[in-house]
Write a protein that binds this ligand. Structure first.
Ligand code: SF4
Ligand code: SF4
Length: 367
């Protein structure tokens, strides 16, 4: 592995993490990829040691090592649980960036990132977003950033969010978007290619005079809220759609005879601290029997769809989703607030009677 380009300060940070890890195993008790795969090398403390070996050149990135580094969903449950305060997700993403720089990118990830650079979305969709959404951006106070998945794949999420904003009479617009860059950052693609995407989105949003940007995708939201400010100036408020809806006086039709639960997306919850607004919106639904799963809010378990795991290791991703679904045997309906979580949980649902739905779709139906 070519180490000449690696930043020694970063190597020192990983070395410190190896040293302060007491091997307590708390991360093992929560890591969804460990539960799905069963090897200590596929959990946080194992990945820290692999990262150190890879970054200092003592370990060859063979197929098994690369797999261990790319089956992490970046859910951050280990970060929450670690008494030594090791920022494990940062270390894993640092290591992935080094793997990519040295040519060890997984084929599925490479295609998605190259599609983003060529077409502005990971799906190689050529249709302009204005056409896909049937909306033309115009100056307004509120901007709705739809995201690639809701524009081209989970179109119900986009349709429902647009419909809610229409029904509320909001002064809003869509935006000329390119991919927010989340996929690229999560899989370790060079930041030099991500920052221009960030700047392009911010420039397009600014040009419309938008004061508040609303997002219904947890992954895009995390990017604008937590990652964009590290690289570009973000001169507008950033709200998840549930933060926006929680402030509205929603007059909703009742939903009787349904037991519902809520799955916290990792990007929205642990990464951004948004736990209560979705619950406040759910509680506005008259008649709904809402019950928490045992693992909720900060302790919520991952759906298995993040960190590039779904595209590269679909079976591991499905196993993680199954574990999460099994935690709500009482529910007729699992509500969540991210198209990735909806897709992954719904794909793993099998014969279960439970429905998995995005909160915006339910709110749109009841508004
Ligand atoms: S971020 Fe999640 S999947 Fe990755 S090592 Fe930590 S607990 Fe495991
Ligand atoms: S929880 Fe932290 S200190 Fe404990 S084994 Fe995991 S990484 Fe090491």
């Amino acid at each position: 592995m070519n180490m000449s380009e690696f930043n020694t300060d970063k190597l020192e940070a990983v070395r410190k993490a190896v040293n302060v890890c007491t091997m307590c195993g708390f991360c093992k008790s929560v890591c969804p990829s460990f539960k799905a795969i069963g090897w200590d090398s596929a959990l946080s403390r194992g990945r820290i040691i692999l990262s150190y070996g890879l970054l200092n050149g003592e370990l060859e990135p063979d197929e098994s090592v690369v797999r261990n580094m790319y089956t992490c969903t970046t859910c951050a449950d280990c970060v929450r649980r670690c008494p030594s305060k090791v920022e494990i997700v940062d270390i894993i993403e640092l290591c992935r960036a080094d793997l990519v720089k040295n040519g060890h990118i997984l084929p599925k990830h490479k295609v998605m990132c190259e599609n983003i650079l060529a077409d502005g979305n990971p799906f190689a969709e050529k249709a302009p977003r204005r056409e896909a959404l049937g909306r033309t951006p115009h100056p307004a106070k509120i901007g709705y950033f739809v995201g690639c998945t809701a524009t081209y794949r989970s179109k119900e999420t986009a349709k429902a969010t647009l419909s809610i904003l229409d029904k509320l009479g909001a002064d809003y617009t869509t935006v000329d978007e390119v991919c927010c860059g989340s996929v690229m950052q999560r899989v370790g693609w060079p930041q030099e290619d991500v920052t221009p995407l960030m700047q392009k989105n911010v420039d397009n949003i600014k040009a419309l005079g938008i004061e508040t940007l609303v997002l219904a995708c947890a992954g895009c939201y995390r990017m604008f809220k937590m990652e964009y400010p590290k690289y570009v100036d973000v001169p507008f408020e950033v709200l998840h759609i549930t933060e926006f809806l929680a402030k509205q006086d929603l007059k909703l039709k009742p939903m009787e005879g349904v037991v519902a639960t809520y799955h916290d997306p990792c990007h929205l919850g642990r990464h951004c601290g948004v736990y209560e607004p979705p619950r406040e919106v759910i509680r506005m639904i008259p008649g709904l029997d809402f019950r928490e799963m045992e693992y909720n809010r900060k302790t919520s378990h991952c759906c298995g769809g993040g960190g590039g795991v779904r595209s590269a290791y679909p079976q591991d991703s499905m196993n993680i989703a199954n574990t999460r679904l099994d935690e709500a045997p009482f529910a007729d309906l699992m509500i969540t607030t991210c198209p990735f979580c909806v897709n992954n949980l719904d794909s793993a649902k099998g014969d279960r009677k439970m429905q998995v739905r995005d909160l915006v779709e339910i709110i749109d139906e009841l508004l």
